[in-house]
Design a protein around this ligand. Structure first.
Ligand code: TYM
Length: 322
């Protein structure tokens, strides 16, 4: 069996919300005690849709600090920014040539993000090639992500298989790892849609750095379902089920209160408020430690040392002079 190698990424765009935390980041921190664990702030993916340069730079630092505050430990894991390691873009370019337009056209995220837009960049279309490169450069075996990224990880497998069958064993085939609970935290305004950074309605998502009091209000006004029973039932009670999941994931325990929506929401609001207060305390400690630049510099060097032999192997196989 291959050694466990974990890779995952997160975009420094928009505000990170409790869905990203529950669905992805928390799992990363929980899994870092064995194998090789690599986490990447994917700024090159972020520019596939328009970004304000100042904000992007600021968010890249912010997300790095959020990952550290979430328990990513650089003694155990590798943490770096995608654009700091040129191998990602370089392998992405090669992989482009082993993916078809038809395959990329079927990507749900591309369809969602491009729908109704006047300007759709080639980068947005090609996004999964760069993501495949991120994953394949490190012989990744596991990719812990939320449910919405599963299709992209499958595409990374496909392109790896195509390349391997043409040039011989080169890439390890990765598997996505989606949490059984919390892989899809839903919007508080519309529990049939996932909680999203790009949702134009700010009440749908709770940001990790948001004022805990404002988060409280969002929970209290979250859309619930008809009836009065507080129980898990995603089909008939998506609103209540989503809140139950947020409650259990952020508190580590099941809700045992009665069937009163008002009381239940107050209990969820308490849990969310407390979680945010504790989280933000850790976040501020990370910022005050002044270690971000050092962490990122070291991460860039270490990631390049790991990825570069793989890039050279690929270059050689396709016939580049190395
Ligand atoms: P991104 O930045 O959109 O989201 C980061 C992670 O959060 C998960 N997530 C959610 N989980 C549960 N409920 C939600 N409502 C929710 N919203 C988002 C996402 O599934 C993701 O795991 N393409 C990736 C970034 C990426 C990547 C990679 C991931 C680039 N290269 C290589 C893995 C491996 C993305 O846009 O994630």
């Amino acid at each position: 069996m291959n050694k466990k190698i974990v890779f995952s990424g997160i975009q420094p765009s928009g505000d990170l919300h409790i869905g990203n935390y529950i669905g992805a980041v928390r799992q990363w921190a929980a899994g870092q005690n064995d194998g090789l664990n690599i986490f990447c702030v994917v700024d090159m993916h972020a520019i596939t849709v328009p970004q304000d340069p100042k904000t992007l730079a600021q968010k890249t630092r912010e997300i790095t600090a959020i990952l550290l505050a979430s328990g990513i430990d650089t003694e155990k894991s590798l943490l770096f920014v995608q654009s700091h390691n040129p191998d990602h873009a370089n392998l992405g370019w090669v992989l482009n040539n082993y993916l078809s337009m038809g395959q990329l056209n079927r990507m749900t995220q591309y369809k969602e993000k491009s729908e109704g837009k006047e300007f759709v960049s080639v980068g947005l279309f090609d996004y999964p090639a760069l993501m495949a490169s991120d994953i394949l450069l490190y012989d990744t075996t596991e990719v812990p992500v939320g449910d919405d990224q599963k299709q992209h990880v499958e595409l990374a497998r496909d392109v790896a298989e195509r390349f391997n069958s043409k040039y011989g064993e080169t890439f390890v085939l990765p598997e996505s790892k989606i949490p059984k609970v919390g892989g899809r935290v839903m919007s508080l305004c519309d529990p049939t849609k996932k909680m999203s950074k790009s949702d134009p309605n700010p009440n749908g998502a709770i940001g990790l750095l948001e004022d805990p009091k404002s988060a409280r209000k969002k929970i209290m006004s979250a859309v619930t379902d008809s009836g009065s029973e507080v129980k898990m039932d995603w089909v008939n009670k998506p609103g209540i089920s989503n809140l139950l999941e947020i409650y259990s994931q952020l508190s580590g325990k099941e809700y045992v209160g009665g069937n009163n929506y008002g009381e239940f929401k107050t209990a969820v609001a308490d849990v969310v408020e407390k979680f945010l207060i504790d989280f933000q305390k850790k976040y501020n400690e990370v910022l005050q430690s002044g270690k971000l630049d050092e962490v990122l510099k070291e991460g860039a060097q270490k990631s390049y040392a790991l990825s570069h032999p793989k890039l050279l192997e690929v270059y050689k196989k396709v016939g580049f002079l190395v």
